[in-house]
Design a protein around this ligand. Structure first.
Ligand SMILES: [Zn+2]
Length: 331
């Protein structure tokens, strides 16, 4: 037994564990990056094909009338063009489609896309007028309502954004993220309704993250005293605290997160061990004089796009507070 316990307690065992985990992380990252590369290549080919075709066919009406490409296939192409910043071309195709088509579902789809282009261009009043006109005829068009929500958010017209939220709610859409975004940004989130907010969002990690982040900057005392297990969800914010005075202040109110805060600060790590495996691994690495670091990415739960920075509204799918934190080990 002593042989085994000596073996487990030896520094060599710790180093072995670190090397093993680092290897696993490397292999996983490699496979994931190869898969992502293949996907990106495929997407680039599609974009390039559409791009070449459209570069040689400036007469969009003629192109659409020829039926060489089905009108419904243009939606994806236009979305690619919008991503590439080809707004003029996108609008040219949309106008041609709207002129030539009398099918209601096509008009609905492309009017919304036109409003999206104007949002991307930052011309919010134009987008608003298109959407309002369109919604008079199609009041239940959810996509158009989602874009109208973004327009009112950009214009900081939160009262109207709440109205749009209500309309989406009546259509059965989950509007918790939008509602929380509005509550945070219009200062309607007060300590008296924190508990009710928590009840509403308790099973949604990205919304909890948004709420904890709000408390982290706006009411740290409440976060530290009243909420348990928030550390994993806002690990990036805690990990970045470098100011020793701030660190001591936080630890005096919540010792459980001392393990995280002590990683980057020269203090004894005599705190309850963190349940976050990456934090435990970093402590083990520091004890063995190995240099490991944490790296954070943010993945939209709705469109699955990954970002290097945290953003309140996903620029791709326009979901509010949809990003989930992903923690990686960096060597
Ligand atoms: Zn998204």
């Amino acid at each position: 037994m002593d042989i085994f316990s000596n073996f487990y307690n030896s520094p060599l065992f710790g180093v072995g564990i670190i090397i093993f985990i680092v290897l696993i992380v490397f292999i996983t990252n490699y496979i994931f990056s190869k898969f992502q590369e293949m996907k990106n290549n495929q997407k680039a080919k599609e974009i390039s094909k559409a791009q070449n075709y459209l570069d040689n066919n400036y007469d969009y009406e003629k192109l659409i009338s020829s039926n060489l490409i089905g009108v419904s296939n243009f939606k994806q192409t236009i979305n690619h063009l919008i991503e590439l910043g080809e707004f003029e071309k996108s609008l040219g195709i949309i106008h041609a489609i709207l002129k030539l088509s009398d099918e209601e579902h096509i008009i609905t789809e492309f009017m919304s896309l036109m409003a999206k282009v104007y949002i991307k261009l930052g011309i919010y009043d134009k987008s608003e007028s298109i959407l309002i006109e369109h919604l008079k005829m199609n009041p239940q068009d959810r996509e158009a309502l989602k874009y109208l929500f973004i327009v009112y958010v950009k214009l900081k017209n939160y009262d109207k954004a709440y109205d749009v939220c209500e309309s989406l709610n009546e259509l059965g859409e989950d509007t918790k993220g939008k509602k929380l975004f509005l509550d945070v940004n219009s200062n309607k989130l007060q300590p008296s309704n924190y508990k009710k907010t928590l009840e509403d969002i308790h099973d949604d990690e990205s919304l909890l993250r948004a709420f904890y982040k709000y408390l982290f900057y706006g009411n740290l005392d409440f976060l530290l005293k009243e909420i348990k297990n928030f550390d994993r969800i806002i690990l990036d914010l805690l990990y970045e605290i470098r100011d020793n005075h701030q660190v001591q202040n936080v630890i005096s109110k919540n010792k459980d997160i001392g393990s995280i805060l002590s990683i980057n600060n020269k203090m004894s790590s005599n705190f309850p061990a963190s349940e976050i495996k990456e934090v435990r691994l970093l402590h083990l690495a520091r004890e063995n004089n190995m240099q490991l670091d944490l790296e954070f990415t943010y993945i939209c739960k709705s469109c699955k796009i990954s970002y290097a920075i945290d953003i309140d509204i996903c620029p791709h799918c326009y979901c509010s507070y949809s990003l989930i934190l992903q923690t990686n080990i960096k060597v």
